[in-house]
Design a protein around this ligand. Structure first.
Ligand SMILES: NC(=O)c1ccc[n+]([C@@H]2O[C@H](COP(=O)([O-])OP(=O)(O)OC[C@H]3O[C@@H](n4cnc5c(N)ncnc54)[C@H](O)[C@@H]3O)[C@@H](O)[C@H]2O)c1
Length: 259
């Protein structure tokens, strides 16, 4: 199988993509496989995760599905071990799984809901890095990409827990980049604005219900939401040797939203 433009920049690489059953994760898993990587598709939704693997295989690519909840240390250790058992190394990790919070003013955010957002969006990225870094440090190579958000670099009304979790992802990304910069491991984050995925399907309605409508919605400054493939292109670049001088970068892919 050859990629449309014939460039197999990820030939022979092994990639783990979390939240790969849908949206940005699925598009990135398919893109990395098209470019030659073997892809471990991680998601807690078994059906959609398996559909991603089918799409990869239908396209002539290679990969396997591992069901995991990224907020569970046990599950994360399991998918890392499974990757090593199957493929013997980890070149690329895309810590992307995440959930959106229920829109509300901070004083109305339920304690349990705050914990859940932090567990998945922030602790999930921490665990995904922690166990991959143990492997990558031994190997002496590896590249990690984490999905933050424009809410990782600025506030978003009615999304306090989500905003805090994504600021945390930015902090973890920079710290990991600093700690591992001499060990052959690069760590970067992407900050999407509005991407056309399951997460954003209900967003305009939720803003309306919360009584606060940001001026950018529903079209964003560029005039539209992103297609998940537009994020996958950036992920593939950060996962490739073409971005060899980038580490600790917090890459906005937001159609000008934060301008
Ligand atoms: N869509 C946007 O506009 C946008 C903007 C900024 C950031 N993001 C971030 O991008 C990432 C991907 O979101 P998306 O828009 O593709 O959403 P999506 O809902 O289409 O995909 C998210 C995937 O993650 C999986 N997932 C959720 N919790 C999980 C868990 N605990 N363990 C394993 N898998 C889990 C879901 O099953 C789903 O397949 C998220 O981190 C999200 O916060 C999205």
């Amino acid at each position: 199988m050859t990629e449309a433009n014939g460039v197999r920049t990820h030939e022979g690489k092994v990639a783990i993509v979390t939240g790969a059953g849908s949206g940005i994760g699925r598009a990135s898993a398919i893109k990395l496989a098209e470019k030659g990587a073997k892809v471990v598709v991680v998601d807690f939704n078994e059906q959609s995760g398996k559909e991603t693997i089918e799409a990869i295989k239908d396209n002539g690519g290679e990969g396997l599905f591992v069901k995991a909840d990224v907020s569970s240390s046990q599950d994360v250790q399991h998918y890392v071990q499974k990757t090593m058992d199957e493929y013997g190394k980890i070149d690329i990790v895309f810590n992307n799984a995440g959930i959106i919070q229920k829109f509300s003013m901070m004083s109305d955010v339920e304690d349990d809901h705050f914990d859940r957002i932090i567990d998945i969006n922030l602790k999930g990225v921490f665990l995904g890095m922690k166990y991959a870094l143990k492997v990558m440090e031994k190997q002496g190579f590896g590249t990690i990409i984490n999905t933050a958000s424009t809410t990782g670099v600025r506030a978003e009304h009615s999304l306090s827990a989500y905003t805090a979790s994504k600021h945390g992802v930015v902090g973890l990304t920079k710290t990991a980049a600093l700690e591992y910069v001499k060990k052959g491991i690069r760590v970067n984050a992407i900050c999407p604005g509005g991407v056309d995925t399951a997460i954003t399907a209900g967003v305009p309605k939720q803003f309306q219900e919360s009584g606060y409508i940001p001026e950018e919605l529903p079209n964003m400054r560029i005039g539209r939401f992103a297609d998940p493939n537009e994020l996958a292109e950036v992920v593939a670049f950060l996962a490739s040797d073409n971005s060899s001088y980038m580490t600790g970068s917090i890459v906005l892919v937001d159609g000008g939203l934060t301008l």
